[in-house]
Design a binder for this molecule. Structure first.
Ligand SMILES: [Zn+2]
Length: 102
Protein backbone atom coordinates (compact mmCIF):
# COMPACT_ATOMS: atom_id res chain seq x y z
CA UNK A 1 0.00 0.00 0.00
CA UNK A 2 1.41 3.35 -1.06
CA UNK A 3 1.29 6.19 1.45
CA UNK A 4 -0.16 9.40 0.10
CA UNK A 5 1.73 12.59 0.80
CA UNK A 6 0.06 14.55 3.55
CA UNK A 7 0.07 18.17 4.71
CA UNK A 8 1.72 20.90 2.66
CA UNK A 9 3.68 18.44 0.49
CA UNK A 10 0.39 16.81 -0.52
CA UNK A 11 -1.17 20.18 -1.27
CA UNK A 12 1.78 21.20 -3.50
CA UNK A 13 1.69 17.86 -5.30
CA UNK A 14 -2.05 18.20 -5.95
CA UNK A 15 -1.63 21.78 -7.20
CA UNK A 16 1.17 20.70 -9.56
CA UNK A 17 -0.90 17.85 -10.96
CA UNK A 18 -4.00 20.02 -11.47
CA UNK A 19 -1.85 22.58 -13.30
CA UNK A 20 -1.10 20.02 -16.03
CA UNK A 21 -4.63 20.50 -17.41
CA UNK A 22 -4.97 24.10 -16.18
CA UNK A 23 -7.30 22.82 -13.47
CA UNK A 24 -9.73 21.28 -15.94
CA UNK A 25 -11.24 17.76 -16.11
CA UNK A 26 -9.34 15.62 -18.62
CA UNK A 27 -12.36 13.57 -19.63
CA UNK A 28 -14.51 16.65 -20.18
CA UNK A 29 -11.67 18.28 -22.15
CA UNK A 30 -11.53 15.17 -24.37
CA UNK A 31 -15.22 15.74 -25.09
CA UNK A 32 -14.57 19.43 -25.83
CA UNK A 33 -16.09 20.78 -22.61
CA UNK A 34 -14.10 22.87 -20.15
CA UNK A 35 -15.09 21.68 -16.67
CA UNK A 36 -13.26 22.44 -13.41
CA UNK A 37 -11.43 19.39 -12.07
CA UNK A 38 -12.12 18.82 -8.39
CA UNK A 39 -10.27 15.52 -7.98
CA UNK A 40 -6.79 14.23 -8.78
CA UNK A 41 -7.69 10.60 -9.48
CA UNK A 42 -5.34 7.63 -9.50
CA UNK A 43 -5.81 5.78 -12.80
CA UNK A 44 -4.83 2.51 -11.13
CA UNK A 45 -6.16 3.05 -7.58
CA UNK A 46 -3.61 2.96 -4.76
CA UNK A 47 -5.82 0.37 -3.06
CA UNK A 48 -5.36 -1.87 -6.11
CA UNK A 49 -1.58 -1.48 -6.18
CA UNK A 50 -1.30 1.64 -8.33
CA UNK A 51 1.64 3.99 -7.88
CA UNK A 52 1.44 7.52 -6.47
CA UNK A 53 3.31 9.04 -9.41
CA UNK A 54 2.10 11.81 -11.66
CA UNK A 55 1.88 9.38 -14.59
CA UNK A 56 -0.74 7.37 -12.67
CA UNK A 57 -2.97 10.37 -12.02
CA UNK A 58 -5.55 12.32 -13.98
CA UNK A 59 -7.62 15.39 -13.20
CA UNK A 60 -11.36 14.82 -13.07
CA UNK A 61 -14.54 16.70 -12.29
CA UNK A 62 -16.78 15.28 -9.56
CA UNK A 63 -19.11 13.55 -12.00
CA UNK A 64 -16.32 11.80 -13.90
CA UNK A 65 -14.60 10.82 -10.66
CA UNK A 66 -17.78 9.13 -9.42
CA UNK A 67 -18.12 7.41 -12.77
CA UNK A 68 -14.61 5.92 -12.89
CA UNK A 69 -14.61 5.07 -9.19
CA UNK A 70 -17.88 3.19 -9.61
CA UNK A 71 -16.26 1.22 -12.44
CA UNK A 72 -13.18 0.43 -10.35
CA UNK A 73 -14.87 -0.42 -7.07
CA UNK A 74 -18.32 -1.65 -7.98
CA UNK A 75 -20.93 0.07 -5.87
CA UNK A 76 -18.64 1.70 -3.37
CA UNK A 77 -18.83 5.18 -4.89
CA UNK A 78 -22.61 5.61 -4.89
CA UNK A 79 -22.78 4.33 -1.28
CA UNK A 80 -19.97 6.67 -0.26
CA UNK A 81 -21.72 9.52 -2.04
CA UNK A 82 -24.62 9.11 0.37
CA UNK A 83 -22.24 9.58 3.29
CA UNK A 84 -22.27 5.96 4.47
CA UNK A 85 -19.54 3.37 4.02
CA UNK A 86 -20.12 -0.23 2.95
CA UNK A 87 -20.29 -1.30 6.59
CA UNK A 88 -22.98 1.29 7.26
CA UNK A 89 -20.76 3.74 9.14
CA UNK A 90 -21.07 7.46 8.33
CA UNK A 91 -18.07 8.66 6.32
CA UNK A 92 -18.07 12.27 7.60
CA UNK A 93 -15.03 12.69 9.88
CA UNK A 94 -17.00 15.02 12.15
CA UNK A 95 -19.84 12.53 12.67
CA UNK A 96 -20.11 11.53 16.39
CA UNK A 97 -19.45 7.87 15.46
CA UNK A 98 -16.09 8.88 14.03
CA UNK A 99 -14.95 10.99 16.99
CA UNK A 100 -12.10 9.47 18.97
CA UNK A 101 -12.75 9.19 22.65
CA UNK A 102 -9.23 9.40 24.07
ZN1 LIG B 1 -15.41 15.63 -16.34
Amino acid sequence: MVERLRGSAGVAQRRRRLARTHGLCEMCLAAGRPEIATVVDHIVPLALGGSDEDSNTRNLCGAHHLEVTAEQFGHRAPIKARGVSRSGRPTAPDHPWNQRRD
